[in-house]
Design a protein around this ligand. Sequence first.
Ligand SMILES: Cc1ncc(COP(=O)(O)O)c(C=O)c1O
Length: 433
Amino acid sequence: MSAETVSAAAVQEALRATGVKLPPEVLEPYVQGYFADRQRYLDIIALHPPPLYVLQTRILEQRCRQFREAFRKVLPEAAFYFAVKSNNYPEVSRIVLENGFGLDVSSGSELQMALYLQARDIIFSGPGKTGEELRQAALNADRTMVLMDSFHELDRLQDAASSVGRQVRAGIRVAIDPTGLWRKFGISLDDLPAFRQKALSCDCIDLQGIQFHSSWNLGPERQVGFIEKLGRALSAMPADFLHNLRFIDIGGGYWPSQGEWMQAAGTPAGMVRRAMDAPVNSAFAHYWNPAQPLEVFAERLAAAIKSHIFPVTDCRICLEPGRWICNDSMQLLLSVVDIKAADLAITDAGTNAVGWERFEVDYFPVLNLSRPGMLETPCTLFGSLCTPHDVWGYSYWGTGLAEGDILLIPMQGAYTYSLRQDFIKPLPRVVTV
Ligand SMILES: Cc1ncc(COP(=O)(O)O)c(C=O)c1O
C-alpha cells in the first residue's frame, strides 16, 4: 500500500488491532526470578554506586552453550559468530570467544576490537566498508573473512588486497528482499552468476561463500522461505562454483523465547493513536508477540537446509546471532532521586544509557529491589534528561517507592549498551559479575 492509498477503513482496522495482552503467567515468573536474585544485585550496589549496567557472565555463557547445542544437534558442522553490534562491550566479546564463538564485526573499530581480543575467526560484514576498513581486513586476512556487499565492493576489496599483497577469503551477501529498505543490503539473487563471473577475474579474492540475514524473527518462517529461494538460485549455478562453495551464512535475527513485550504504543492501534496525539500508554496495558523457542528455529532451519541446500552443495552453515545471545545477560540498576508525586518519580540515570526512547514502545518490568513485592503499581518513572521522552516505564513492581530505592530493569543486553549516547548525563559504568 502506498502512502497515498491509506484509507479510513485501513486506519479503523489498525485501531482494532490492539494486540495480545502479555499473560501474567509469562511475565510474573520473570519478575519473581529477578526478585529472587535481589540480594545479589544489592550487594553489587553496596560496592559500586548506581547507575550501573550489570553484565552477568553466567547468563552469557549459558546462552552461548544453549545456542551451540541447539544448532549442533541438527547441523553438526555449524559455526557460530557473535554479532558484535548487538553489544559491543569488549568483555561480552571476550566471553563469547571463550565459549566457542567467532566474531561478526561490521566496522573497522569492531574489527580492531576483535583483533585486540585475539579472535582467530572473524567475519566482517556490512554495507559501505571504507577503503581503510577493507585494507585492515586484507592485512588480517588469515583471521578475517570479508562478506562483501556489492559489485563495487568486490573491486575495492581486490584493490585493497592487491595493495597489501594478500589473498582474501570472501563471501557475498545476498538481499532477502530486493525491494524496499532491505535492498540496502547485498546483491540480488538474480545477480549471483554475474558476481561469481566477476570474482573469477579478481586474483586476490577467493570467493567461498554466501551470506543472508533477516532481523527480528519471532519464528523461523521468513528464514525458511529465503532458504528455499536460495536453494533454487544455487541449483542454477555452475557445478564448479557449487563444488568450491565452503559456507552459507544464514545470519542472525533469532528473537529471545520470552517474545516481544510492548507498551500499547508498540501495537498497530497504539501507533495510530500516537500519530494522532491521543493518549496511548498506561500502567497495566502490556502486550505480547510470542516467539518460538530456539530449538524450533534450529529444527525448522536445519530441515529447510537439508531439503534445499545440501542436495545442491555440501557446505558449512554459519550463524550470526546477536540479540538472542546477549539480551538477558545485562541488566540496568538505577536509583530513585526525586519523587514528585505519588505517581511520578525521577531516577539518577537517563535513557541515554540505552540510546533511544525504547520504553515508550517496549515494556520491561521495573523492579523496586529495595521494597520487593509481586504488586504492580502505576507510576511514571522518568530518567533525569531534559526531555519528556526520557521514560523507563509507567509502573513499578514492589510494595512502595521512596527516594534512594534501587530499581532494576532487566534484559537490557541487546541494542542498548551499543546504542548508548553521551547525552547530558554520564553513562552508567559496567560491572561484570
Ligand atoms: C548481518 C547481520 N548479522 C547478524 C545480525 C544480528 O542480528 P540479531 O541481533 O537480531 O541476531 C545483524 C543485526 O543487525 C546483522 O546485520
